[in-house]
Structure formats: C-alpha cells, structure tokens
Design a protein. Structure first.
Length: 293
C-alpha cells in the first residue's frame, strides 16, 4: 500500500499544497495566497491535518537554514518578505501535524523532482534554474542536493551588463546579478510591459538570452552538470531556448568538448513534468523523511 504524502511548494506569492504518494502521483492540489505566517500557516496545517498525511515535504522560498546542527534548522532566515523572517517553517508543520517533515529550497525540490521522476533520472549532476518573479537554482550533484554552507543562490551570480542596456538592475543587494537583470519584474521594468506581452519583440529575448547564457556558462565551467533544466514563467517564452543554447555555446568557445555539449537541444532543456516538478520533488522529500523516521 502506497504512502499518503503531503507536498508544500512554499512561494513568496502563493503556497501550492498537494496530496500524493512516493511514486510521484498527485491526487489533489490547491493554491493558497501567501500572506503572513499568522494568517497562512493555520490554513495550510488544517489542509494537511484533515487529509491525514504520513509525512510532509516542503520546498520553500529562502534563504533558509538547512544545517541540521543549527538551532535554527528549518527556519526562513534573511528573506525580503519581512513577515516571514526568522520563522520556523519546518518546526511549525512538524508540531502541528506530528509527522516527519522533509525541508529544502523550492528550487532544490524542483531539481529533485526532475532527477527522481523526470528527464534527469539516472544523472548524477543536474542544475535546475527557475526564471520568473525571482531567479533561483537547485543543484543535484553526486546523487545529493547541494547545500554547502547555506544553499546555492544561483540567481545572484554577477552578470556583465550589455553596453546597450541602460537598465540599472532590480536586485536591492547587487544590481547586476542575474535576478536583477533577467527576472520577470526586471523585464517588465526595463521594457514597460509584462514578459507575456512581449513575445513578438526579438530585442527583448536577445538581451534576456545574453544574460542567462552568461550565467549558464559559469555554472557549466564550475559544476560540469550533465543537464541544465530551465523553468519558471519567463521560460514559457520558448523562443528563448535556441537563443540561450547558441549564446552559451559561443561563450564556451569550444573550450569544453563533450558529447552532451554537442547536443545542446538535449543539454539545455525545459522542465519535463508540466510545472509539477516542484510538487513532485516535495513528495520525494516527504518520502525520504518518512523513511528516516
């Protein structure tokens, strides 16, 4: 008999809750707006409690504390969402539900979904990058989700702005990081309209592809991933993929020669799980937490 697992993809604007099992099947799914913890958490815990989940997996916006030796393990830490700063996210659900809780970043949950149930199954080094309201990345390396001293913040790698781009950047910490120059809000601020309404403006996507390709080149040279998966709302602009592949190959300048780089269409790819990779990764986090309990 399969487990009854809960999955929570905790985002800055909405909380996606789902019930599924360890095979990645999703039985039901709802979305709840992200308000304050006092308003949102009781609604979320009630949802999972009513359904009697055996374990819960949370993929959370961050930064978050993932060091189990820290007294603040499971906390949301220095987030710009002030109401959630220093909130014990994992502890709130463990206390309310009385079941094992798996906890990681939302983007690590997405890459875990892809390597467990999707196109990256069997690979040992994969990067998942989401480009949307923010930019973030999850890294699966040598069979494990990468945490390090905190967790990867791939959306904040520094980018060289193009000389013909007068836009100053949106990130309050470093104006010329990938998120500051290439996120959905940066596109809207620079061009005066939402990304979805700019599909027929090739100059928008040439510039966007330039910045994403710069970041991917750095990831490739540093981490040597076997696959790079690009998701998020901005990447629904599918015309970006050939541009990014071409520009990344140009920036690499033939320095690295592998079979995977010879087949860019299978190397830099869109998400394969119909935007459910995060929820499916949360189901796997729940299954792992249940197995360890």
């Amino acid at each position: 008999m399969n487990l009854k697992l809960g999955a929570l993809e905790a985002g800055g604007t909405k909380m996606v809750c789902a019930i599924g099992d360890e095979t990645g099947r999703i039985f039901e799914q709802i979305s709840i707006p992200t308000r304050t913890p006092e308003e949102t958490i009781p609604e979320l815990t009630a949802y999972f409690k009513e359904r009697g989940v055996e374990a819960l997996g949370i993929g959370c916006f961050g930064p978050i504390e993932l060091d189990r030796r820290s007294p603040k393990y499971g906390y949301i830490t220095s987030t710009p969402k002030l109401a959630w700063r220093e909130f014990d996210m994992a502890g709130a659900f463990a206390g309310a539900l009385g079941c094992p809780v798996g906890f990681d970043t939302d983007v690590n949950a997405s890459v875990l979904g892809e390597v467990t149930f999707g196109q990256a199954k069997g690979l040992s080094c994969v990067i998942y990058l989401t480009v949307g309201t923010g930019v973030g990345g999850g890294i699966y390396i040598e069979g494990r989700l990468l945490h390090g001293m905190l967790h990867p913040e791939t959306g904040h790698v520094l980018i060289t702005p193009r000389k013909d781009d007068p836009y100053g950047g949106r990130c309050p910490y470093h104006k010329n990081c990938l998120e500051g120059l290439a996120s959905g809000p940066a596109i809207e601020e620079r061009w005066g309209d939402k990304a979805a309404n700019l599909a027929d403006r090739p100059e928008v996507w040439e510039l966007e592809a330039d910045y994403i390709a710069q970041a991917l080149t750095g990831y490739i040279l540093t981490l040597s991933p076997q696959m790079i998966i690009l998701g998020g709302g901005v990447m629904h602009q599918t015309q970006l993929f050939p541009l990014i592949r071409e520009k990344t190959a140009r920036l690499l300048s033939g320095y690295i020669r592998t079979k995977r780089l010879d087949d860019m269409e299978r190397y830099i790819v869109p998400a394969s799980l119909g935007d459910d990779q995060g929820i499916m990764g949360c189901l796997e986090l729940a299954a792992r937490a249940r197995a360890k309990s």
